[in-house]
Design a protein around this ligand. Sequence first.
Ligand code: HEC
Length: 242
Amino acid sequence: MGAIIALSPAIADKSPYLSWGRGKFDPRLHAFDGKRFIPLNSPTLPVVIPPAYGLQGVGFETFTGDGPLSYWNNYVGVTEMGGHGDFIDQRIGLRIIQRPDLVASKLPALLAYQLSLPKPPPPAGSFDATSAARGEALFMGVARCSTCHIPPTYTDVLSGPNPNVPFLHTAAETGVDPHYATRSATRMYRTTPLRGLWQHPPYFHDGSASDLPAVVNHYNTVLPLWLTSEEKTDLVEFLKTL
Ligand code: HEC
């Protein structure tokens, strides 16, 4: 994405965009109000572009749970892609009003389409079923994953007392980098839903885990879990099935 944006003659300083790398985007660098760029944060801090499928029933679909999917569609459509419309969120100090609003009326159909996209099934033969069954027992048990990644959505973001308020976590709870969250409206991280996980490395908002063994090693150290190497393998095999 950054390499494409850097092709624009309207971009004077191309270095932030060229630093993002493959599959990443920084939605908190600046906003566009139809006339000019509004600087939001510096230096740039790109995040992995999350999958668009398997979002049925998830709720508060972004890394920091700022709002429902249509909130984010509107944010990206207006502030990042230059769509002609309104975006107002006092939590991040943004108030962009462009009449007529040509974006809002498109949001319900876009949402319906996104929610219709199923997760891709794991390829035949891509995991060991016996090992994965042991891994599932670990995920639901001693590895404590399901305390936050609650099936069938594999997130707990809707598990709070009020369905209109996302249930979130501090960066320290999972040992991830706190900086991106501090630039968001909630300043916290939402438990990532895990559907179709096998299909989209790297993992965590900043891509700091390059593959599934790296994810398991991360939790093994941070929580900590004291898993044996066979248990780690079993957990990875289970994650490949989601
Ligand atoms: C305290 C709650 C909590 C627990 C316990 C927990 N997670 Fe997470 N998980 C999160 C949060 C929050 C994130 C988002 C972190 C980020 O993006 O930086 C996350 C992200 C992930 C991701 C990255 C998904 C992606 O698409 O990038 C994977 C994979 C994952 N967790 C697997 C596990 C496994 C396996 C366990 C058990 C060993 C586990 N989690 C335990 C809250 C938790």
